[in-house]
Design a protein around this ligand. Structure first.
Ligand code: HEM
Length: 463
């Protein structure tokens, strides 16, 4: 009798253990889903995803192919590495593939552009394009970026600077100046400190417990909103005229939909957040790659001196000059590709969807993982070599498989503004200075974010 009971208990424990281990597979099991493992209950494969990063993704691709399922950061995810499928996903929001960024990002950023769809998205996107799109860059933003870079890159001779810190500061203040043209530097500094806490919280586990980055991010959001509310109130009460984004948002020249203060604040947060890390990291990595590849540095330098030669001393850079910076543009695109400044973009299914013959259930995340396509030897010969020349060939920048700035209805509206900022940073940097990497820790992290954990220190001398 005792033996039978013992056997039952053993079978029960074994079944329970099996059920726990396979809980994710049981819970999410549906017919026709892509291959892959959903890992442990609740945590899935988060640990491997975060610690092994791109190697974990490569391993899954080898085992399961270009479309596989996993479970990370609290959600089942389908990862796509096939360029055509990626394009299909980004072009078919209307079929139920809407932006699906992590909860921490959604809760801290609020009702930002990624949270709205259909007609509301169209309206907000149109408004953003009129503020920061290519026409706005040409007509309004270019002189401002030129003036900023000119003075920002003044007096660096003889210094050792942390390029990471400098490019982060540059990327934030230049957007902030476009939003509010005449606030004192002390305000910008304290706003940046708060905004940075908020931005860090967007990439964290969403546990609202004091002491966590997420908690600090939520608190920082409240403070950011208070500071913006005060700015808007001050501006509404003032009779002075301004030519900045805040003024355009308050006046709302499009006229049809008058924005309330909440909507104005969400748009400002979207502008400051979207063009922050993308611009700072690409600028830092462009300078790093130029330093490591002196032949391309010479080509870029020649390009910028040729522009200067045609100008009077101190004359502004204009749209034609910017359009002539083709070597620089190639360096920036190659930097984005090789450093994988953006590893991919996230979507969420709003209904069951068929993708490449597989079934993706409603509510799953879809990770359009572009990092692997950026390094695809069929698309980019010798993909691990820094070779900006490839971008000078006609058609690569507009190629369907180039998704450095996304694709479809959500393709980056700030592309030209971002490219301009990085190009003019490079312009003033290479025409004024030589530099070499200073002694110290030169480690660079490439996943989940491109980062120099101890900074990237460079020694600068006058050119
Ligand atoms: C130069 C570096 C930049 C890179 C690599 C970059 C990359 C991207 C990518 C990949 C997307 C698509 C996201 C998706 O499909 O979910 C995107 C969207 C977006 N970007 Fe950029 N971006 C850059 C600069 C900027 C700048 C300077 C702004 C200025 C505000 C900006 C604003 C936005 C906005 C608002 C969206 C969302 C568009 C929508 O949902 O309709 N970006 N960007």
């Amino acid at each position: 009798m005792m033996l039978i009971e013992f056997c039952y208990a053993l079978v029960f424990i074994f079944c329970a253990l099996f059920a726990v281990l396979k809980w994710n597979n049981i819970r999410y099991s549906r017919k026709g889903m892509p291959p892959g493992s959903l890992g442990w209950p609740f945590v899935g494969e988060t640990l491997q995803f975060l610690t092994q990063g791109p190697d974990f993704m490569k391993g899954c691709r080898l085992r399961y192919g270009n479309l596989f399922k996993t479970h990370a950061l609290g959600s089942p995810i389908v990862v796509s590495m096939d360029p055509d499928t990626n394009r299909y996903i980004l072009l078919n929001e209307a079929k139920g593939l809407v932006p699906g960024y992590p909860d921490s990002m959604r809760k801290i950023l609020g009702t930002n552009i990624a949270e709205v769809h259909g007609a509301v998205h169209k309206r907000i996107r149109g408004s953003l394009l009129s503020l920061i799109g290519p026409m706005a860059v040409k007509d309004r933003l270019l002189p401002e970026v030129d003036e900023f870079m000119r003075s920002y890159l003044d007096n660096w001779d003889g210094k050792i600077v942390d390029l990471q810190e400098k490019t982060v500061e540059m990327a934030f203040f230049i957007s902030m100046k476009a939003v509010v043209e005449s606030e004192p530097h002390s305000f910008l500094e304290s706003f940046k400190a708060t905004f940075d806490k908020m931005a860090v919280g967007t990439i964290s586990l969403p546990f609202k417990i004091p002491g966590t980055e997420y908690y600090r991010g939520i608190k920082a959001r409240e403070k950011v909103l208070t500071m913006l509310r005060e700015l808007i109130a001050k501006r509404r009460a003032s009779s002075a005229t301004h030519d900045d984004i805040l003024e355009h948002l308050i006046r709302n020249e499009d006229g049809k939909h008058k924005l309330d203060d909440e909507e104005i604040m969400e748009q400002i947060i979207t502008i400051l957040y979207s063009g922050y890390e993308t611009v700072s990291t690409t600028t830092m990595m462009s300078i790093k790659y130029l330093c490591d590849n002196p032949n391309f540095l010479e080509a870029v330098r020649d390009e910028h001196f040729a522009i200067l030669q045609k100008k009077l001393p101190g004359e502004r850079i204009n749209w034609d000059d910017y359009k002539n910076m083709s070597q620089t543009r190639a360096v920036i695109l190659e930097t984005m590709r090789l450093a994988s400044v953006v590893s991919g973009v996230m979507r969420r299914t709003t209904n069951d969807i068929e993708l490449n013959g597989f079934m993706i259930p409603k509510g799953w995340r879809v990770y359009v993982y572009t990092r692997e396509t950026n390094l695809d030897p069929i698309l980019y010969e010798e993909p691990l070599t820094f070779n900006p020349r490839r971008w000078l060939e006609k058609g690569l920048e507009t190629h369907n498989h180039n998704m450095l700035f996304g694709a479809g209805g959500r393709v980056c509206p700030g592309k030209e503004w971002g490219m301009l900022k990085i190009s003019l940073f490079i312009h003033y940097f290479v025409t004024r200075y030589r530099w070499e990497e200073a002694e110290g820790n030169k480690k660079l992290m490439k996943f989940p974010r491109v980062l120099a954990p101890k900074g990237l220190h460079i020694k600068i001398t006058k050119y």
